[in-house]
Design a protein around this ligand. Structure first.
Ligand code: GLC
Ligand code: CA
Length: 574
């Protein structure tokens, strides 16, 4: 049986530092701003914070382009500010997790500058260069255009899986790997709780560099085919884990899109490379996998349920999951998952309850706890996100009209989540006393923290109560550690059972504006929680009001053979 780990009980809050809180009026969020808001986070009940990159960077991709791994971006503050934040958070029993970006650096990192300056420099081996007078292959970068960029003044190209200003590091070089491990240890020694690890499934490339079949109007092929989840990646991940993470009591959550479910054991099993990974299959259910934002896919609540449950069952087989409905790369969950009911507070709550009681760590992205919705922009000039601009151009090239292209970008843009956090209804929502680096969401005079904190029935209060119920309520053991199993339900309802060998709790969330009736598994007759009103039970059926979530507990234990908790236990048990 796998031992329990400290991080299994956390509730994580994700902060996009540029947009959370500005302490000095320059319009850019910063570390002191986060420290000033710790009491807000403490009050919400979260136990760990993940902060997106805060390192020195030209900010072409808002910090995911690092030019010095051991320095804090001056616009965010100083190393002392970070130490103060870790300390102040610690006093409130909040742990700090940082972002680890090691697939690439900025092109302004001294290693890369040296490699460009002198092809014979040892730093040339830190990146991926190919000699020649034409691009080595037809791979398309994640942010558009070829992955190859010409080196000025030389017959040579360098590879970037993401933006041009984000050259990929050469993980085949053992010396480079050593430098990264040393840097990781240096940060862990500072007392941070661990890392969210960026784009880690990109570190191994297909070294044949062969062309792939074109899959877009540009004649290129998505680089994920040769740059992501390539055979042999495990050797690097295993080495990194042994050399760094294994030596600290830290937590690691890998951004690992594309890991096949059959390989999850290697990633998150007992001896896996990471504590957890993010599974994006249900986050991307509205667009065709591997293609642009204009390739919209119609979907139903049943599709969402099937994807979430498949993910939960696959992850449960091996280890722990990291559950999220929003992050800094995704549109707002309200707009994406609730569509026309995005502004119905009860619908927002049912969505929250549905993912919150799944098995694994809940991640809450800043503003999600206020029920923020997507921001609508009228022109492509209003976007900051490099990916939005590329997707707009790609949609035009694929034959969309400018209106259509803008519509798709509005639906999917990463800027939706990157607007400043609305603290109150005053100018710029109390985010800054200056002018924010990016426009506020339109609805901030109504949707802001001040209007919701301590207010009965608000989405913020709902989150707070739900966190408390999960973390400290009477069914904590079952809701934290219980196994999960889907329950058959009608089309607009997502339902599952959480159970240990002693207890069983069934959770239903109704995503329709109609009252629905659901059959209840034997013995589950005691309501323990509902998102509003009361649970109405009639014989063996449960009546769910419009957008209502209800949790029922089993009165008697009916599991004949108690099943010990173990990630290795197959999931189709009684
Ligand atoms: C990850 C980050 C994203 C970034 C990209 C390149 O997907 O979440 O924000 O742009 O990696 O670092
Ligand atoms: Ca600032």
């Amino acid at each position: 049986m796998v031992e329990r780990q400290w991080w299994q009980e956390e509730v994580v809050y994700q902060i996009y530092p540029k947009s959370f809180s500005d302490s000095n009026g320059d319009g850019i969020g910063d570390l002191k701003g986060i420290t000033e808001r710790l009491d807000y986070l403490k009050d919400l009940g979260i136990t760990m914070v993940w902060i997106c990159p805060i390192y020195q960077s030209p900010m072409d991709d808002n910090g995911y382009d690092i030019s010095d791994y051991k320095r804090i971006a001056p616009e965010y503050g100083t190393m002392e500010d970070l130490e103060e934040l870790v300390e102040e958070a610690g006093k409130r029993k909040i742990k700090i997790m940082l972002d680890l970006v090691i697939n690439h650096t900025s092109d302004e990192h001294p290693w890369f500058k040296e490699a460009l300056r002198d092809a014979d420099s040892p730093h040339h081996e830190d990146y991926i260069f190919k000699k020649g007078s034409r691009r080595p292959n037809n791979w398309r970068s994640v942010f558009g255009g070829s992955v190859w960029e010409k080196v000025p003044g030389r017959e040579e190209y360098y590879l970037h899986s993401f933006g041009k200003k984000q050259p990929d590091l050469n993980w085949e070089n053992a010396g480079l790997r050593e430098k990264l491990y040393e840097m990781i240890d240096w940060w862990l020694e500072k007392g941070i709780a661990g890392f969210r690890i960026d784009a880690i499934t990109f570190i191994k490339k297909d070294l044949t560099w062969r062309d792939r079949e074109a899959d877009g109007a540009d004649g290129l092929a998505q680089c994920t085919k040769g740059c992501r989840n390539q055979p042999g990646i495990g050797v690097f991940l295993q080495e990194m884990k042994e050399r760094t993470f294994d030596r600290y009591p830290c937590v690691t959550v890998a951004e690992a899109p594309g890991v096949p479910y059959e390989e999850l054991g290697e990633y998150i099993g007992e001896k896996g490379y990471f504590s957890m990974i993010f599974d994006f299959r249900y986050a991307d259910l509205d667009i065709a996998s591997g293609s642009g934002w204009s390739k919209r896919v119609p979907w139903t609540i049943k599709d969402l349920r099937d994807k979430i449950m498949a993910s939960q069952m696959a992850l449960q087989k091996w280890g722990w999951s990291a559950n999220f409905i929003e992050n800094h790369d995704q549109p707002r969950a309200t707009t994406k998952y609730l569509r026309e009911s995005q502004q119905e507070p009860e619908a927002v709550k049912t969505l929250a309850a549905m993912y919150f009681f799944l098995r694994g760590l809940p991640f809450i992205y800043q503003g999600q706890e206020l029920g923020m919705v997507n921001a609508k922009r009228d022109s492509i000039q209003e976007f900051n996100d490099i990916s939005s601009i590329d997707q707009y151009e790609r949609s035009l090239a694929e034959g969309c009209t400018p209106e259509e292209a803008l519509h798709y970008v509005n639906l999917r843009s990463r800027d939706n989540a990157r607007v400043p956090f609305p603290w109150e209804d005053g100018q710029y929502g109390g985010f800054t006393t200056g002018k924010p680096w990016i426009a506020m969401a339109e609805e901030y005079p109504a949707v802001n923290a001040k209007a919701q904190v301590g207010v009965e029935g608000s989405i913020h209060t709902f989150y707070k109560e739900m966190i408390y119920f999960r973390q400290k309520g009477p069914y904590r053991e079952c809701l934290l550690y219980g196994r999960i199993q889907p329950i058959e339900s009608s089309a607009d309802v997502i339902a599952y059972r959480r159970y240990t060998d002693k207890e069983s709790i069934c959770c239903w969330s109704n995503f329709s504006g109609q009252t629905v009736r659901e059959p209840v598994p034997k013995g589950h007759t005691e309501p323990v929680w509902q998102s509003y009103g009361k649970a109405v039970l009639q014989g063996e059926s449960l009546e769910l009001g419009p957008y209502q979530s209800v949790l029922l507990k089993q009165q008697e234990i009916r599991i004949k053979k108690p099943v010990a908790f173990s990630p290795q236990t197959p999931y189709n048990l009684p």
